[in-house]
Ligand binder design. Sequence first.
Ligand SMILES: C[S@@+](CC[C@H](N)C(=O)[O-])C[C@H]1O[C@@H](n2cnc3c(N)ncnc32)[C@H](O)[C@@H]1O
Length: 305
Amino acid sequence: MPACAGSLRLLADETRLRILHLLEREPLTVAELTEVLHLGQSSISGHLSKLKQAGLVHDVAEGSAHRYRMRDDAPEAIRPVWQAARQLSAQDPAIATDAAALDRHRAASGRDWVSRVAGLLHREYAPGRTWDSLAHAFAAAGRFGRCCDIGAGDGALAGLIASSSTELTCVDPSPAMIAAGRLRCTEGGLGNVRWLEASGEHLPLPDGSQDTVLLLQSLQYVEKPAAVLGECGRILASHGRLLVLTLAEHDHAESARYGHRHRGFRDADLRTWVRSWCNRPRIIRLPPEARAPRFQALVMTADKP
Ligand SMILES: C[S@@+](CC[C@H](N)C(=O)[O-])C[C@H]1O[C@@H](n2cnc3c(N)ncnc32)[C@H](O)[C@@H]1O
């Protein structure tokens, strides 16, 4: 009985009921609730703390703020009391007024969003603006023609590449990767992909047979990178392009954990290794990764005359 009385007392408060109705619509921060309900921050925080203690809501840190949401697993002592209170209060005009105020607040902050993130867009989230979607978009814009992916792994990127290729040849020396890649492509219905078990140092492909050659985070795995880049030049057709995504030289012993044979590459070495067939390779170094030990990727493109 005391637990039930406590639950009834908790929900016999107009502000707490209004907060819960708003949180049912979407998770909100104290600042957002303050704005929508036109109440003081300390008053809102006090109510939220009681609701959290009762297990009706919980919060997740978001930068310096906390976002509150309804719990799906509210304790048995409070859940039926809230269900009854919700039903009884749902038609109250204050609830509809708050919902409309929240919609207005959302629309206004949406209008502000563009000017607020100007200059910060590189680290701001926007729905659908992920690295994954960006890679898909750029791959779709490519025209890879006859394409060979050396060190294709398990074909995680094959779908992305195949859609812009007339035919895609995935090469990898690992039987396990080849088997997984074949399965992935069959399941994905990719009809223009073939898999070859071979190493990049000895490609079983004729001279001048490829329009695009890719080495995507695989050069650091090969035994003889110079030989692989020589082979790339051999199989490329005239006006064909090599794209290498790999790591810049580094000192992080951790790379051995991933099976790397090389601790990245120096620009000068990469240039030397394609010199026999490409005059002007372009190399771009990406910013170091945010997470330790801060590996740095580099991209080299080399065009065959
Ligand atoms: C990190 S995986 C990259 C897979 C794929 N490119 C991707 O980004 O999803 C590196 C791949 O390089 C392959 N590899 C290792 N030695 C190689 C060699 N000598 N020639 C070609 N590929 C090699 C490995 O078997 C592995 O599948």
